[in-house]
Design a protein around this ligand. Structure first.
Ligand code: CU
Ligand code: CU
Length: 340
């Protein structure tokens, strides 16, 4: 495929100008699938845009253009390099027997992968707080954005799809850069059992992050996903709830419960409660018959770049629980802490 066909610069898009209270010019970029036609079930497709390299852009809002009847989920990745130069490629992680020969297979990013936005279950539009934006382009490691859409079922002959996201962005400098850290696990849920899938990571960067939104994601077995910041002291650990949600509700970004800044030596932790009602074990995996345990934390940093660390994954059950974590936690929350 011609590699430059897809290179659409944000600079040259025709855009509708809109003025908000601060008189920032906010443009919209329609980042949509190029009329793809999945001819296999459970297909993940990716499409890229290259960001004009001489300029900084701040993404300040996301307006999804998709329906849960077609798209199981959408993820927006920031990449240093995209996984492929094709206009669309197959970008699932575990679909060796589900490869669609219409599309080449590659990961979403070749390098510098991070998540910028996520959507599932008809979640509505997301607008970042005032002065907050995702920096992309010249001074950012994000040189490309890659949209991933998970299509559940193959399309009938001739039907195409252009699901995607309307990106709201500005070239005006935002003093607060947004970032996302994704907490998640691998692992297995035994049959007929309620299992905890847990992960935790100590922040070892010299930064202060201000959490403002969280999002949970599981497939059908998740009943509750919670994120915490663990403050460590000689008197013991304090587990501060960032957010907790039933993942069967719309999987949008919700405001965090505690906005207290998070800094070096604090620990980010997440737990998914999974109720396996099946008579077979269910593993973490890419299809909707598998499970996922994800907690996304969105935050801003004042006049600084976001955390280098973009992911916090554990092996999950039966190998990893908070009770066995190297941090030697105490006062681990029980099943019945205050759930919102
Ligand atoms: Cu999905
Ligand atoms: Cu999933």
């Amino acid at each position: 495929m011609e590699s430059y066909k897809f290179v659409i610069s944000l600079l040259f898009t025709i855009s509708i100008f809109r003025f908000d209270a601060l008189a920032n010019e906010v443009d919209t970029y329609d980042f949509l699938m190029p009329n793809v036609s999945p001819n296999k079930d459970e297909l993940y497709l990716c499409t890229p845009i290259r960001i004009a390299p001489q300029k900084n852009f701040y993404v300040v809002g996301f307006k999804p253009n998709a329906s849960m009847h077609t798209a199981h989920h959408m993820l927006l990745y920031g990449c240093s390099q995209p996984g492929s130069n094709d206009s669309a490629w197959s970008c699932g992680e575990m679909q060796s027997n589900e490869i669609d020969d219409r599309y080449n297979t590659a990961s979403p990013c070749k390098s510098g992968s991070q998540i910028v936005y996520a959507w599932a279950r008809d979640a509505p539009r997301l607008q970042l707080p005032p002065d907050v934006g995702f920096l992309i382009g010249r001074d950012s490691p994000i040189k490309y954005l890659v949209l991933q859409v998970h299509y559940m079922t193959k399309f009938p002959e001739g039907k195409t799809d252009n699901s995607g996201v309307f990106l709201e962005y500005t070239t005006e400098r935002m003093p607060r850069q947004a970032g996302v850290i994704l907490l998640g696990t691998s692992g297995v849920i035994p049959p007929n059992k309620v299992e905890h899938m847990e992960t935790a990571c100590t922040i070892n960067e010299d930064k202060v992050i201000h959490p403002f939104a969280f999002r949970t994601h599981t497939h059908s077995l998740g009943t509750e996903v919670s994120g915490f910041v663990v403050r460590r002291s000689r008197k013991g650990d304090i587990w501060e709830l960032l957010g907790s949600k039933n993942p069967q509700l719309p999987q949008m970004f919700y405001p965090v419960v505690s906005r207290t800044p998070i800094t070096t030596n604090d620990v980010l932790a997440a737990r998914c409660v999974m109720n396996n009602t099946h008579t077979h074990a269910v593993s973490i995996g890419a299809t909707h018959k598998d499970e996922m345990c994800n907690f996304y934390l969105m935050y801003w940093v004042q006049d600084d770049s976001p955390l280098e660390q973009k992911y916090c994954f554990s092996p999950g059950p039966p190998y990893y629980y908070w009770s066995r974590a190297p941090q030697n936690f105490d006062r681990i929350p029980g099943r019945d802490f205050n759930v919102l």
